[in-house]
Write a protein that binds this ligand. Structure first.
Ligand code: AMP
Ligand code: GLY
Length: 424
C-alpha cells in the first residue's frame, strides 16, 4: 500500500514510525513532514490547503491511502474532497469534524442524545452571556466556539474572571472562533483522554492517556498544546472505559449517523471523571499531540490495516493489541514557549532510539544540513516502563542526553500516576 501522511508534528512522527513497520506498506510519503519523519518517509512539499494539488499528487503517485494528522485540514474538508476523488482517507468529513470545530455543535449533540456533559448555553453577544454567568455564579467555564489553538477556554474561578473572558471573546481575542461563546458548568474531578476509532457504525476502543497542559511544574502557568503525556491513565479503570463507550462514544456514533454526519476517524474524547462518572469535556477528531506518541509506543498491532479499516467501513474486522507497559513522553520546548521564543536554535545531539525509548521530532528543521529548533514544542522523548515511574525515569534519563541549549521541559510529567504508584 502506498500511503501519504499529512502533517509535521511529533504526532505525525510517531504515526510515520509505526506505519513504516507495517508489512503492508510499500511506500510512505509525508507532507510536509519533518527531519524525524524523513527517517521513515519521503518528504514532499505540498500546499495542504490546496485540495486539488493534494488530489493531483495522490493520482500521479498512485497513492492508495491518505492519513490526515492535524484537525485544520479536516475542518477545511480535505477528507471530503479526497473521498470525492475516490481516495481512501483516514479522518472525518468536514461536517463530522464540527465535533472539534464547534463546541456548541458538540454540546447540542450531547443534549439531543443524552450524553453526560456540563450544563451549558450558547451566546452570540456579550450581555445575555454575562446575565447567564451572574445567574449561575462561579466557578464557571467560558469557551470560544471555534478552533482557538487550545487557548479559547477560560476556567473562571470568579465571576469577574468569567465576565472579562466573555468580553475577550466578543472583542475578537480569538478571531472568528470567538464570535459565538459557550458558557458551561464547571466539572470537578480528574481529567483523562480516551481514544477510540469509528468507521461510522462500529467502534474500536484504543487506549487512554493523561496529558499536562500547563507549561510549568505542578501544573502552573499558561496552557500549552501539551508538555507531556502518559498511557494508560490509571483513573480509566475497565469499568470507566466501559461506561465511556456506552454512555458517550456509542450515542455519539449513533447520533452523528442519525443526523446525517456519520463519523469516520478517531475520537479523542477529553473526559472529566466526576463523582457521577465520565462526563465529556470536549471532542477532538484527530490523535492527540503528544498523546499519540505514547499510544504508538504501546500499540503492538500493525497500525496501517486498522486505520485503513476505519476509513473503508470494515472496522468490525480488525482488533488492536496493546503492551501492558506504561509509556511516557516528555516534551522539550523552546525557552519562552508558549509565548514568543527564538527560532533556528541549534540542536547539537539527539540520542539514538533504544529498545525502551525513542525521541520523536516535532518542531525541527534542517538548515544548511544542521538540525535546528523551529517550533515551540520541538522534541518528544518517549519511553516504556513496567510502571509509569520506570517510564518516567527512562524518559528523563534520555532527555538529559539531548544537547540543545535553548530547550526546556517540565520535570514532573506523570506526577499523578507516580504519586498513585508510590501510595500502593
Ligand atoms: P478544552 O479546550 O475544551 O479541552 O478545555 C481546556 C481545559 O479546560 C480542559 O482540559 C479542562 O482542564 C478545562 N475545562 C474545560 N471545560 C471544563 C469544565 N466544564 N469544567 C472544568 N474544567 C474544564
Ligand atoms: N495534547 C492535546 C491535544 O492534542 O489537543
Amino acid at each position: 500500500m502506498k500511503v501519504l501522511l499529512i502533517g509535521s508534528g511529533g504526532r505525525e512522527h510517531a504515526l510515520a514510525w509505526k506505519i513504516a513497520q507495517s508489512p503492508r506498506l510499500t511506500q510512505l510519503f509525508a507532507a510536509p513532514g519533518n527531519p524525524g519523519i524523513a527517517d521513515h518517509a519521503t518528504l514532499v512539499t505540498l500546499d495542504v490547503e490546496n485540495h486539488d494539488a493534494v488530489i493531483a499528487f495522490t493520482k500521479e503517485n498512485a497513492i492508495d491511502f491518505v492519513i490526515v494528522g492535524p484537525e485544520a485540514p479536516l475542518v477545511a474538508g480535505l477528507a471530503d474532497d479526497l473521498h470525492a476523488a475516490g481516495i481512501a482517507t483516514f479522518g472525518p468529513s468536514k461536517a463530522a469534524a464540527q465535533l472539534e470545530g464547534s463546541k456548541g455543535f458538540t454540546k447540542d449533540l450531547c443534549a439531543r442524545y443524552d450524553i453526560p456533559t456540563g450544563a451549558y448555553q450558547r451566546f452570540r453577544s456579550a450581555e445575555p452571556a454575562k446575565a447567564y454567568v451572574r445567574e449561575q455564579g462561579a466557578p464557571i467555564v467560558i469557551k470560544a466556539d471555534g478552533l482557538a489553538a487550545g487557548k479559547g477556554v477560560t476556567v473562571a474561578m470568579t465571576e469577574a474572571e468569567a465576565l472579562s473572558a466573555i468580553d475577550d471573546c466578543f472583542d475578537g481575542a480569538f478571531g472568528a472562533a470567538g464570535a459565538e461563546v459557550v458558557v458551561e458548568a464547571f466539572l470537578d474531578g480528574e481529567e483523562a483522554s480516551f481514544f477510540c476509532l469509528s468507521d461510522g457504525k462500529t467502534a474500536l476502543a484504543l487506549a487512554t492517556a493523561q496529558d499536562h497542559k500547563r507549561v510549568g511544574d505542578g501544573d502552573t502557568g499558561p496552557n500549552t498544546g501539551g508538555m507531556g503525556a502518559y498511557s494508560p491513565a490509571p483513573v480509566m479503570t475497565p469499568d470507566m472505559v466501559e461506561r465511556t463507550m456506552k454512555e458517550i462514544i456509542e450515542p455519539t456514533i449513533k447520533g452523528m449517523a442519525k443526523d446525517g454526519n456519520p463519523f469516520s476517524g478517531v475520537f479523542f474524547a477529553g473526559l472529566m471523571i466526576t463523582k457521577k462518572g465520565p462526563e465529556l469535556i470536549e471532542y477532538n477528531v484527530r490523535f492527540g499531540d503528544p498523546e499519540c506518541q505514547v499510544l504508538m509506543m504501546r500499540l503492538k498491532s500493525d497500525l496501517l490495516p486498522i486505520l485503513y479499516a476505519t476509513a473503508t467501513g470494515t472496522l468490525d474486522q480488525v482488533t488492536a493489541e496493546w503492551r501492558d507497559d506504561a509509556a511516557l513522553t516528555v516534551v522539550l520546548a523552546s525557552k519562552g514557549y508558549p509565548a514568543s521564543y527564538e527560532k533556528n536554535t541549534p540542536i547539537a545531539h539527539i540520542p539514538d532510539a533504544r529498545e525502551d525509548a525513542k525521541v520523536f521530532h516535532a518542531g525541527t528543521a534542517l538548515k544548511d544540513g544542521k538540525l535546528v529548533a523551529t517550533g515551540g514544542r520541538v522534541l518528544n522523548v518517549t519511553a516504556f516502563g513496567a510502571t509509569v515511574t520506570e517510564a518516567q525515569s527512562r524518559a528523563y534519563a534520555m532527555a538529559a542526553e539531548v544537547k540543545w541549549d535553548n530547550g526546556f521541559s517540565r520535570s514532573d510529567i506523570g506526577w499523578q500516576a507516580v504519586a498513585r504508584e508510590k501510595a500502593r
